[in-house]
Design a protein around this ligand. Structure first.
Ligand code: AMP
Ligand code: MG
Length: 633
């Protein structure tokens, strides 16, 4: 049996990434892939299967892992590598487990082999890597243990469980209770892990980075919209950090946890109508049966139940919402009674069926069930639903911090005088509106001149402070040259030419400053282009970062009320007005001139007509797709 078939690999990616500014380390881009993908690539040839231990961004890890499992800690609370190891051992289908951290893209190709040889030779439970290191200026090198590079018997799980039960969490301390073989590796660099974003950048620079951006599809050198959106949404991940809020304050916020119903709603069977609660067995039996007269023995109000159980031939007057009296299973609405006497009610055949007009306990929500799933944006109905469970506080994800600024020497802020050749900066206002509607905490950084130093300073400030940065202008060809240099220096930013109109140029990537990083959306400058690109690319990505489940904009099909010119090979977003045609069906007409600088086309619109890539001219009466922007624009 080969060694490989006996070993399961476990990549430890479950940490908080504290030293990396709390970004998810394993998912950081590095030389054209993510860090975890590099580790996976180095481990895969040494083991039969690789699992990844991760505690957030599980879908992204799953995307990197392919078929391999992604395992969150079994114990809560980011308890460190031993917690990851525990779940790895629980999973491990082979006799040995090999661990490596997600930030060690250079790990040795013979790690498993050498650790195994020592384990055998020393009859050890676990083998761990050691290197000799030397401090600058120190005379003597010292032995550096690398506890997260280890090979161990899967049978150690009970010992680890017992150790974790004591509350202890340190890997090296646990190792002290085991038979450990230490294996000296010569190549200390192979165990180097990347702890900070600065280190990441240093390593990135040591080798030329293959471009992270796929080659544009098609013959034109443009990237299709869907492809750009996919890349963006795959790269960003929800931010960490929750807060507990009073229920009302949670409006428009994103739920951080499932809301589990502590009770049945309704809590008891109750009446859906004003009428008479009765026993179904007392209803007239069949078509020929005579009508039935029941004696009314009591009255049940909402909040004031009648506890008396009617006997055969008896019933209880009942109001909507009142608890169904014991023994009753049906309600006769008062308007369906044949006759109502002083203390009697008469029911004809077929007035109701047994079981009618009851709201059953738990029919809205069952105790123990998920009432609202995490990732839901709290809307008015959700506030009501949570209140119906008696829950006064909910846990929501923290607000996303988004910095934004406009670039351009021609821009003047409100209050400035409009010099020749200048325009007022409108993008900062549309961006403010769009970001605020999205529920972001906005940081308005004003206008930045077309000057490399000013741009660099603004990006650095924004990256240090925000989760995302949205800029407008300066990314089109020609204009982008120095922007490109600066962004490349600060991080990993791609410049795309998109097959779309309006909004052809777009910059997207990550910029870093002071150990923090932020996703950058460099939108074009034209006022309509900035909005369309925001909705198409920034909005879904920001929603994903906010932790929402649903990032789409509602779409429907409508009849084009007019012919629309369209060139195949690019996606066009035209501003439309959706209403109901003479035939009662939805129809859409355009808002007039569609130039990318004509903002009034946007203010008049209540929808965007999406004309897809391959689509050509549209004839009047043809169906087109529209995005329902009303309320967003
Ligand atoms: P740019 O992408 O920087 O080449 O800008 C393209 C066009 O959009 C130019 O006509 C700019 O004047 C205009 N523009 C850029 N930024 C803004 C802004 N913040 N407000 C209004 N117009 C802008
Ligand atoms: Mg400009």
């Amino acid at each position: 049996m080969s060694l490989k078939s006996k070993v399961t690999g476990l990549i430890l990616a479950g940490g908080r990434g504290t030293r990396m500014g709390r970004v998810d380390k394993g998912l950081q881009p590095f030389r054209g892939a993510t860090l975890v993908a590099h580790v996976l690539q180095r481990l895969a040839p040494q083991v039969s299967i690789v699992a990844i231990n991760a505690n957030r961004n599980l879908p992204q890890y799953q995307a990197a892992a392919g078929d391999a499992p992604v395992l969150p800690d079994f114990i809560d609370g980011f308890e460190g590598p031993l917690a990851g190891l525990q779940v790895g051992l629980q999973y491990c289908p082979t006799e040995l487990l090999l661990t490596a951290p997600c930030d060690s893209p250079f790990l040795p190709a013979d790690l498993a082999e050498r650790l195994y040889a020592a384990m055998q030779a020393e009859n050890a439970d676990l083998a761990v890597a050691v290197t000799m290191e030397k401090e600058d200026g120190a005379a003597e090198p010292y032995r550096q243990l690398h506890p997260v590079f280890s090979l161990m018997k899967a049978s150690l799980l009970p010992q680890l469980d017992a150790y974790l039960d004591t509350g202890a969490r340190r890997m090296e301390s646990w190792y002290k209770s085991l038979r450990v073989a230490e294996v000296l590796f010569d190549d200390a660099d192979a165990f180097r892990n990347i702890n900070t974003l600065t280190e990441l950048q240093q390593h990135e620079r040591e080798q030329p980075a293959p471009t992270a951006v796929p080659a544009p599809a098609g013959d034109a050198d443009t990237l299709p919209v869907a492809e750009a959106r996919r890349i963006i949404c795959e790269r960003v991940a929800p931010v960490d950090g929750n807060e507990k809020l009073a229920l009302r304050a949670s409006l428009d916020r994103v739920l951080a946890e499932d809301i589990i119903s502590p009770i049945n709603v309704p809590a008891y069977d109750n009446s859906a109508m004003d009428g008479y609660a009765l026993r179904g067995a007392d209803l007239p039996a069949d078509a020929g049966a005579p009508e039935v007269t029941l004696k009314v023995i009591g009255i049940a109000y909402a909040g004031r139940p009648c506890t008396q159980a009617p006997q055969a031939g008896e019933c209880v007057r009942i109001m909507t919402g009142a608890a169904i009296p014991p023994g009753c299973d049906s309600v006769l609405p008062q308007e369906l009674a044949e006759h109502i006497g002083e203390h009697t009610v008469t029911i004809g055949h077929g007035a109701i069926r047994a079981g009618a007009n009851l709201r059953r306990a738990g029919e809205d929500l069952q105790a123990g069930g998920i009432a609202l799933a995490r990732g839901k944006i709290m809307r008015p109905a959700d506030l009501g639903l949570v209140a119906s469970l008696g829950i006064a506080e909910v846990s929501v994800l923290r607000k996303l911090r988004v910095a934004f600024f406009s670039t351009g020497d021609e821009l003047r802020s409100l209050g400035d005088c409009l010099d020749d050749g200048c325009v007022y900066d409108s993008n900062r206002y549309t961006l403010f509106g769009m970001l605020t509607r999205l529920g972001c905490e906005v940081i308005d950084m004003g206008v930045v001149r077309d000057d490399p130093a000013a741009l660099e300073a603004a990006l650095r400030t924004a990256a240090a402070d925000a989760d995302a940065i949205v800029t407008s202008g300066g990314v089109s060809e020609g204009a982008a040259d120095y922007t490109r240099d600066i962004m490349a220096r600060l991080g990993d930013v791609a410049f795309w030419k998109l097959a779309m109109r309006p909004g052809r140029p777009l910059a997207f990537g990550q910029v870093q400053a002071d150990g923090h990083s932020a996703w950058l959306f460099g939108l074009p400058g034209n006022p309509v282009a900035v909005m369309v690109s925001f909705y198409m690319f920034a909005r879904p990505a920001l929603l994903r970062m906010m932790g929402t489940q649903n990032q789409g904009i509602p779409a429907m099909r409508a009849k084009a009320a007019q012919a629309i010119r369209k060139r195949p090979g690019r996606t066009e977003y035209q501003r439309g007005i959706l209403d109901t045609g003479a035939d009662g069906e939805p129809q859409v007409r355009l808002t007039g001139a569609q130039g990318s600088g004509i903002l009034s086309s946007m203010t008049d619109a209540n929808c965007i007509v999406v004309l897809h890539d391959a689509q050509g001219n549209v004839a009047a009466g043809e169906m087109v797709e529209v995005l329902l922007f009303d309320g967003l624009i």
